[in-house]
Design a protein around this ligand. Structure first.
Ligand code: PEP
Ligand code: MG
Length: 585
């Protein structure tokens, strides 16, 4: 019997709450997810055949590339591919892969990946520049092989037995969606901030996530037993029996609490002194509509339509797919409103893959409305679908990342052309929808009075508003301590936006993660917000909070808090003056 390993507690940042217990699967590559999948002894020969087929395919690909390089780029560059072809023909590499498949009875992808690492270590330990350069060739060859293998019927994560905890350097939002639909019960990653899109997806899918665990991928081996506590931000490797029992209890209590909150869904969302508040749902995937309904959402306050593109990548969704998705959202929530945000690709969300852009600083680049206006041939398809799907339905169209009035005017002109086109084709569509913008760029917040004249509604996106105002990357765990929703600069902007919206009769909501954190609910309501859009699973908790508040009482105290000069002072002021209403963090 193997000796039992000592438990090890790692502290990171809790980015999606809840507790999960499972076995680790380490994902070691950013581009390729390589899982270690045990295979039965009688499948070993078939696996070695897969390897041989993939090797043949990779060779053909490399030869074709070498020929093209030779014709177009000359001998010197073609020599790189020549070197890679030689590596692929090198018996020592492939024999070693085969040996690992036989001895460890594992899938070919895993064996290629591990042998690639072994050889790389050897190359890198050599002093010679020549060998270090061969390291890059080896990486490329490994990638070719993995790509070829993945094209040939391959093993899926779902084949691994038991509950899976993904341990990785980081995960993109699209990977989180895909993994979340499989047997994954938690994520533990080295990088990423609590308001990153990956964290938002994890929360929406009810999967605990701990980020900021530096070096975790080197500490964990596949199949290690792991506990992830996304509420406290801790990860326990090799937990002892009493720890396992304690967390299993906690998980059970979590389930009971959820059931208790769910039972409150039919209750009206009204404060103790009778002020009605609309609690809507943020969703990224149509399957979250179930949760929105179950938890009693008063409509969809943010549908991130970019996930439609992320899900279809590398293809673009067709007009038909857009129309049917939007109709499903609108019909399910009818007669309540559905705010569909036009695609906010860019930043870290797949612009490169979908739009073939490659930017040095994508978060400040061609993102949101900028990207849509720059690629009218793609945007047109989405708009045609929105106007078609909106017929007889409560459609609100929302533009992301607006920073200037001209963008709204340009959108309107473009939308008019799209409608004219639909009209000339005799296709039924609607002109009857509300147009709004996200207020998530500080410039937009500061000219909210100007923008209010152009639109029907605002939705305050605190995730980006905080990122851009405080110069704090929302994905960077090293600066997450500076990511302060209570920073006076943020609260002043929110206040100004609310004032402008009220003066111009523009409807206003908040859909950033700040709206879904019950610690801020008294302050937000005290500032005058009456419509919040939050992750469906946060609805019961926020509603409970609202039902316990005396809003009139909050207003005066809020004015005091807003007069403070720092996030710490505002927090203290909240504790003192909103004491009865502010829950302990
Ligand atoms: C926001 O920025 O607050 C927002 C809701 O949009 P996203 O999180 O998709 O950037
Ligand atoms: Mg945003």
């Amino acid at each position: 019997m193997e000796p039992k390993q000592e438990p090890k507690v790692l502290q990171g940042l809790g980015a999606s709450p809840g507790v999960a217990i499972g076995r680790a699967v380490c994902l070691s590559s950013h581009k390729f997810e390589v899982y270690r999948i045990p295979i039965p002894a009688n499948d070993v020969e078939a696996e070695i055949h897969r390897l041989a087929d993939a090797t043949q395919q990779a060779r053909l690909e490399l030869d074709a590339t070498r020929k093209r390089a030779h014709e177009q780029l000359g001998d010197e560059l073609a020599a790189i591919f020549e070197a890679q072809s030689l590596l692929l023909a090198d018996a020592s590499f492939l024999n070693r892969v085969e040996q690992r498949i036989r001895e460890e009875q594992v899938n070919a992808e895993w064996a290629v990946h591990k042998v690639g690492e072994e050889f790389l270590d050897r190359f890198e330990s050599l002093e010679s520049e020549h060998f270090r350069e061969r390291g890059d060739d080896l990486r490329d060859v490994t990638r070719h092989l993995l790509r070829a293998l993945q094209g040939i019927a391959h093993h899926e994560l779902s084949e691994i037995g038991g509950d899976v905890i993904i341990v990785a350097h980081d995960r993109t939002p699209s990977e989180a969606v895909r993994l979340g639909r499989q047997r994954v019960v938690a994520f533990a990653t080295e990088t990423g901030g609590p308001t990153s899109h990956t964290a938002i997806i994890a929360r929406d899918m009810n999967i605990p996530l701990v980020t900021g665990l530096e070096g975790v991928t080197a500490l964990v081996t596949d199949d290690d037993p792991v506990i992830v506590d996304g509420t406290e931000g801790t990860v326990i490797l090799h937990p002892q029996d009493d720890q396992l029992a304690g967390y299993a209890r906690q998980r059970q209590e979590q389930g009971e609490e959820e059931r208790r909150l769910l039972a409150t869904s039919p209750l009206p969302c009204v404060s103790r002194d009778g002020v009605a508040v609309e609690l809507m749902a943020n969703i990224d995937l149509p399957e979250e509509l179930d949760d929105a309904g179950r938890f009693g959402a008063a409509g969809i306050g943010l549908y991130r339509s970019e996930f439609l593109y992320i899900e279809r990548s590398p293809e673009l969704p067709t007009e038909y797919e857009h129309v049917s998705t939007y109709r499903r959202l609108l019909d399910t929530m009818s007669p309540q409103p559905v705010l569909i945000r036009t695609f906010d690709l860019g930043g870290r969300k797949l612009a490169r893959e979908v739009m073939a852009t490659d930017e040095e600083n994508p978060v400040l680049g061609l993102r949101g409305i900028r990207l849509t206006l720059a690629r009218p041939e793609i945007f047109k398809i989405q708009l045609r679908a929105l106007f078609r799907a909106g017929v007889g339905r409560n459609l609100w169209v929302m533009l992301p990342m607006v920073s200037a009035r001209e963008e709204i005017l340009e959108f309107r002109a473009f939308a008019d052309n799209v409608m004219e086109e639909l009209d000339s084709e005799g296709i039924e569509f609607t002109r009857d929808f509300k147009l709004g913008i996200m207020i998530e760029v500080p410039a937009a917040a500061m000219i909210a009075d100007v923008l209010a004249r152009e639109v029907d509604f605002f939705s305050i996106g605190t995730n980006d508003l905080i990122q851009y105002s405080l110069a704090v990357d929302r994905n960077n765990e090293h600066v997450s301590y500076l990511y302060q929703p209570l920073h006076p600069a943020i609260l002043r902007m929110i206040r100004f936006v609310l004032d402008c919206a009220r003066d111009s009769d523009v409807e206003v909501s908040m859909c950033g993660e700040m709206a879904g954190d019950r610690r801020y609910t008294p302050l937000l309501l005290g500032m005058g917000l009456r419509r919040l859009s939050v992750s469906p699973r946060s609805i019961p908790e926020i509603k409970n909070q609202i039902r316990s508040l005396e809003i009139r009482e909050l207003e005066e105290a809020t004015v005091r808090c807003l007069g403070m000069g720092s996030a710490e002072e505002i927090e203290r002021c909240m504790q003192t003056h909103l004491a009865r209403n502010v829950p302990v963090a």
